[in-house]
Design a protein around this ligand. Structure first.
Ligand code: ADP
Length: 446
């Protein structure tokens, strides 16, 4: 096992990783920008190193600074959290070249899955069901029209280098295709420096259902069930739950088994998430994330398995702590993302938290780096914490969510807590009847 790990991240996820290290008796090194000198992850770590000024590209994305921090502190491994360098194959390679362990999959697997066209090809090869669409990139408008006519409108044009829902455009008819194609390419070029796009059938009422997997890197892999992340705004998840309200045990075993086998065949190492759209009883692969996800705690709540602990053990060559038959799914968990944002306009709301009181009690978990007096810097994403509730049944989890939201006080800034107070009482949410478009349609009526 490692004796010291450097956590190349900030905020709630840095704290989350730090907690797993503590339980394993591993020393922790926090890194921070000058804007984060007072952050909780810095206060709780055994050591900390300032790695640069506030802009992420000069600090949290600054690979030479991170290498220097490892060298100074003697850290043997790096946990990247999510975001920042977590899906950067080059970073994984550079660490390896310096005899440091990247806590995550191989650079090759990160690279394959990071290119969405390659990822889809790999999914086909591994036997995963995919969304019908172009076989690879689509070079020009004429080719796009031909493929769209074959698969039928509406179609979705997506960036090969995509992420965060950028570079994605729907065309409902051939008349809309030219514009959608040109805009998607321009957006992809601006956001990712790569204008390559591909085409998929646009599903008009899917749910977003993803399967959590863990691979041992030697051909073994298990699945930890699914998460339903259909409640989204601008393709960003705001509420996640496990199990999905529309998946039963037999379906879970079937799709989970298919995914675990695929991941094992790939020789994948560490935690990963295979994302699907689910419509009319069918699963369609859209992408794989080769890292820990923001929403991993709902899986931890229903399985009792600490995903970060598993990630660290796998990276240390110790393998998985559970076989598939040891994994038991118990009850229902919901996570809501508490962002420092105006709950009506979603405009960022940085500033000082004048009063902070997180909820507690049975079945309530708060993963947050916020504290009273903390000043949220304006440079990073607006997630300040996650509220996760667990109950024996979905209604029990919802009851607990309502109560915990009521108890949660964050003064001095605006947060998305009021949004969730409204959602928790919505009849469609209560019955689990929502697809990926539901939230945006709902917000438009408020
Ligand atoms: P990104 O990497 O940008 O997050 P994804 O491929 O994961 O892109 O898709 C993000 C979201 O976009 C999905 O969760 C879903 O809401 C929507 N989406 C993606 N593909 C389709 C599709 N073929 N039809 C309808 N919606 C889609």
């Amino acid at each position: 096992m490692f004796s010291k790990i450097l956590i190349a991240n900030r905020g709630e996820i840095a704290l989350r990783v730090l907690r797993a290290c503590k339980e394993l008796g591993i020393q922790t090194v926090a890194v921070h920008s000058t804007a984060d000198a007072d952050a909780m992850h810095v206060r709780l770590a055994d050591e900390s190193v300032c790695i640069g000024p506030p802009p992420a590209r000069e600090s949290y994305l600054n690979i030479p600074s991170l290498l220097a921090a490892c060298e100074i502190t003697g850290a043997e491994a790096v946990h990247p959290g999510y975001g920042f360098l977590s899906e950067n194959a080059r970073f994984a390679e550079i660490l390896a070249a310096h005899k440091l362990t990247f806590i995550g999959p191989s650079a090759e697997h990160i690279r394959t899955m990071g290119d969405k066209i390659e990822a889809k090809r790999t999914a086909v090869r591994l036997g995963l069901p995919i969304v019908p669409g172009s076989d690879g990139g689509v070079a020009d408008e004429a080719a796009a029209k031909k493929i769209a006519a074959q698969i039928g409108y509406p179609v979705l044009i997506k960036a090969a280098a995509g992420g965060g829902g950028r570079g994605m455009k729907v065309a409902h008819s051939e008349a809309q295709l030219s514009d959608a194609f040109a805009t998607a390419r321009a957006e992809a070029r601006a956001a990712f420096g790569d204008p390559s796009v591909y085409i998929e059938k646009y599903l008009d009422h899917p749910r977003h259902i993803e399967v959590q997997v863990m691979g041992d890197g030697k051909g073994g892999a298990i699945h930890l069930g699914e998460r339903d992340c259909s409640l989204q705004r601008r393709h960003q998840k705001v509420w996640e739950e496990s199990p999905s309200p529309v998946i039963d045990a037999a379906q879970r075993e079937r799709i989970g088994g298919i995914v675990a086998k695929a991941i094992g065949d790939l020789g994948y190492s560490g935690a990963g998430t295979v994302e699907f759209l689910y419509q009319d009883g069918e699963f369609y692969f859209i992408e794989m994330n080769t890292r820990l996800q923001v929403e991993h705690p709902v899986t931890e709540a229903v399985t009792g398995i600490d995903l970060v602990n598993e990630q660290i053990r796998i990276a240390a060559g110790l393998g998985l702590t559970a076989r598939q038959e040891d994994v038991r799914f118990s009850g229902h968990a919901v996570e809501v993302r508490i962002n420092a944002e105006d709950p009506a306009t979603f405009a960022p709301s940085p500033g000082r938290i004048s009063y902070y009181h997180p909820p507690g009690g049975l079945g309530v978990r708060v993963d947050s780096s916020a504290y009273q007096g903390y000043r949220i810097p304006p440079y990073y994403d607006s997630l300040i914490g996650k509220l996760i509730v667990h109950g024996r049944t979905r209604p029990e989890a919802m009851m607990r969510l309502r109560r915990a939201l009521d108890e949660f006080v964050v003064d001095g800034i605006q947060t998305t807590i009021p949004l969730f107070r409204r959602l928790v009482d919505d009849p469609d949410i209560a019955t689990g009847q929502y697809d990926i478009h539901w939230l945006e349609n709902k917000l438009a009526t408020w």
